[in-house]
Design a binder for this molecule. Structure first.
Ligand code: HEC
Length: 153
């Protein structure tokens, strides 16, 4: 009986430790894989212009325009949406930005786009976000000229 109880205690102790280590290793592997993901096209004026157009259509209502001011909808969020012009979204590796956009962020308004938008399109919005503070002059001018009426009344 004593041996049996010790066995149960040992299993109850060891199983969570093994599961914990396994989950830890899995998340390190996933994070590395995600960080190494790269855009499947060259980042240039054409793809950034396209990325800007797609960003404005799919992301700007929540992540804002060049003025860095949240839209009326974004002001009502809990949790807050980072503003692309003001909150350094580009600080993360492009693979992580892409991962979040594909999978969404749980318990927040950030949607998962993996079943609704082709991955090339998601990548283009992501590379626009990543480059937003060092855009080629023509793209920068187009970005700054987008009227605020796109995201507000
Ligand atoms: C309906 C609102 C909404 C839309 C549309 C939206 N997002 Fe988000 N997004 C959020 C919110 C809110 C967060 C912050 C979530 C959190 O951290 O709790 C977020 C976070 C993120 C993050 C994580 C990085 C960071 O700095 O927190 C990325 C990357 C991102 N969004 C990319 C995109 C892209 C790309 C699009 C368009 C294809 C998009 N989002 C469209 C609301 C939105």
């Amino acid at each position: 009986m004593r041996g049996f109880l010790l066995g149960v205690v040992a299993v109850l102790t060891i199983v969570p430790i093994v599961v914990g280590i396994w989950l830890g290793l899995m998340s390190v592997t996933t994070e590395r894989q995600v960080q190494n993901l790269k855009a499947p096209f060259p980042v240039n004026e054409d793809t950034l212009l396209e990325g800007m157009r797609l960003y404005v259509g799919n992301c700007s209502l929540c992540h804002g325009l060049a003025d860095g001011q949240p839209s009326p909808m974004a002001q009502g969020f809990y949790s807050k949406a980072p503003q692309v012009a003001a909150d350094e979204m580009e600080q993360y590796p492009e693979g992580m930005l892409y991962w979040w956009a594909e999978h969404g962020i749980r318990f927040s308004p950030m949607p998962a786009f993996q079943n609704t938008i082709p991955s090339q399109v998601v990548w283009k919005t992501v590379m626009f976000i990543k480059s937003v503070h060092h855009l080629p002059p023509a793209v920068d001018a187009a970005w700054k000229a987008i009227p605020r009426s796109v995201v507000t009344w």
